[in-house]
Design a protein around this ligand. Structure first.
Ligand SMILES: CC(C)(COP(=O)(O)OP(=O)(O)OC[C@H]1O[C@@H](n2cnc3c(N)ncnc32)[C@H](O)[C@@H]1OP(=O)(O)O)[C@@H](O)C(=O)NCCC(=O)NCCS
Length: 180
């Protein structure tokens, strides 16, 4: 990471994420993303139960820029009709509103990209333990900024979530993959 430092997320860092909210400008996907890091049955449970890794990313002056997460999941891979294999999975990812699109200069790597590069770097290191070399995620297909961001990072569309009928949000979920 060129500019950000990260901390392993745990209960003691809950005050740092308390300010994450959706305001009235974000879409219907926002509550899930912002609640996940704050609620006891979200990130904290995933860390204990699924060994998900969750990090908070900070600027040198101590301001919180966002969070990233990385765990594993079972996906039909490499094709939608393949048997399920253990792959890397990013459950949730968020950059605070004031840091989106920042830093703005053409010659600088944006914060969101720095966090994603860090997560992919972790997957590459962790891959030595025998997990398939692909990072997966779901994105709400109405979330234009996230779709555009993931595509810029090299993710490609994979399939629509088969659990679509389970939740309202799930109906719009698109699976994306980044093979490495
Ligand atoms: C997804 C997210 C991490 C991307 O971070 P970011 O700082 O916005 O990333 P970028 O600066 O690369 O911007 C992404 C692109 O979306 C574009 N964009 C912004 N709002 C958009 C919208 N409503 N529709 C379409 N594109 C949009 C930006 O113009 C930018 O494209 P560009 O670089 O070609 O100009 C950030 O938007 C975020 O935290 N969103 C809320 C949480 C979330 O949705 N997380 C993902 C699901 S878990």
């Amino acid at each position: 990471m060129s500019q950000l430092t990260r901390k392993d997320f745990d209960r003691s860092l809950l005050p740092d994420v308390a300010a994450f909210d959706c305001g009235d400008v974000e879409g219907p996907w926002c509550a899930e993303v912002s609640d996940w890091i704050k609620k006891p049955d979200g990130a904290l449970l995933a860390i204990v139960r699924y060994k998900t890794k969750v990090w908070l990313y900070y600027l040198p002056d101590g301001r919180l820029v966002g969070y990233g997460s990385l765990g594993t999941a079972k996906w039909e891979w490499p094709g939608i009709d393949s048997p399920k294999l253990k792959v890397f999975h990013i459950p949730f990812f968020r950059v605070a509103r004031e840091f989106r699109g920042q830093p703005a200069g053409d010659d600088q790597v944006r914060h969101a990209r720095q966090i994603m590069d860090d997560l992919i770097g972790e997957a590459r290191r962790w891959h030595a333990t025998g997990i398939e070399p692909v990072v997966t995620l779901y994105v709400d297909e109405r979330n234009g900024a996230a779709l555009r961001f993931y595509r810029k990072c090299g993710f490609r569309d994979f399939h629509e979530k088969k659990l679509a009928s389970d939740t309202t949000a799930g109906k719009f979920n698109l699976g994306m993959v980044f093979p490495f």
